[in-house]
Ligand binder design. Structure first.
Ligand code: SF4
Ligand code: SF4
Ligand code: F3S
Length: 268
């Protein structure tokens, strides 16, 4: 596709672990090369771009000017706000992440928060949150779409981008601004262990006979009953598996404040 057919995408890395970028690269429908060569023009992405240093900084500024009002902004990571944002500085001018995200969000066509850190603060905002980390939505002055999860399923990232690219608007959102098509159902309601939950058949110790039978992990702390995400139906790594199938309960990673509200992860 010509560059003019592709939607410019700027992806900013704030206070994050790069797991969301890793997840993006594992997208299958479309795969990452089809996404990049046919559908988006990736103007800035710290993991994938060839440019470095000053050239990378210039690319970002140039893309913001050239595609003003037209580019999509994907934000990965929370925004440290304590002491005027000094706990995250980027680039040769040591601009704070707080300043950068406001600037880049201002001229974006839409702002997509990729991952629970940018959506809700995530691990950075967990108690005692010394850097005053906040979600992107709490820092910028416009609506956001939250593709939650730590990391989100690649299908949820790519699907949200593709929805915008194909329809020119954002999908329907739930009360936490998550796309309903991906976060509309409870993990518990599509879980393959659900029959065991309903029958009262539970794992009570990792590795016990019930675990070998694939019984329900609720008593091992599974938070699937309180979590909205499509992990059981979409699965990860090209639809291979997901946390509960692998034998550990869901820890609620797509829910606001799950580090504080759903810990300890191995207790009901
Ligand atoms: Fe990493 Fe999870 Fe934050 Fe993504 S949401 S940047 S995977 S900690
Ligand atoms: Fe629900 Fe978790 Fe049991 Fe699955 S393993 S049925 S999500 S409590
Ligand atoms: Fe996260 Fe639970 Fe899915 S921990 S990846 S929402 S199974």
């Amino acid at each position: 596709a010509e560059l003019s057919d592709r939607v410019p995408l700027i992806w900013l890395s704030l206070a994050e672990c790069t797991g969301c970028s890793e997840s993006l690269t594992r997208t299958t429908t479309p795969d990452i090369s089809t996404l990049l060569f046919e559908h988006v023009s990736l103007e800035y992405q710290e993991v994938l771009m060839a440019a470095a240093g000053q050239q990378a900084e210039e690319n970002l500024e140039n893309a913001m000017k050239a595609y003003k009002g037209k580019y999509l902004l994907a934000a990965e990571g929370a925004v440290p706000t304590a002491n005027n944002g000094i706990y995250l500085t980027l680039g040769s001018k040591a601009e704070t992440g707080m300043s950068l995200i406001k600037r880049v969000a201002n001229d974006a066509a839409a702002v997509i928060c990729v991952g629970t850190c940018s959506s809700f603060g995530g691990v950075q905002a967990a108690r005692p949150n010394p850097t005053g980390a906040k979600s992107v939505g709490a820092v910028i002055d416009r609506p956001v779409i939250n593709v939650a999860g730590c990391p989100p399923n690649p299908a949820n990232i790519t699907g949200t981008l593709m929805y915008y690219i194909m329809f020119g608007r954002l999908p329907a959102l739930d009360m936490f601004n998550r796309p309903k098509w991906a976060y509309g159902a409870r993990v518990h309601d599509n879980c393959e262990r659900r029959g065991h939950f309903d029958a009262g058949e539970f794992v009570t110790e990792f590795g016990d006979d019930n675990a070998k039978q694939g019984y329900c992990l609720f008593k091992m702390g599974c938070k699937g009953p309180y979590t909205y995400n499509n992990c059981p139906t979409e699965r990860f790594n090209a639809h291979t598996s997901w946390p509960v199938l692998a034998g550990h309960g869901c820890i609620g990673c797509s829910e606001p404040d799950f580090w504080d509200e759903m810990a300890y992860f191995e207790k009901p």
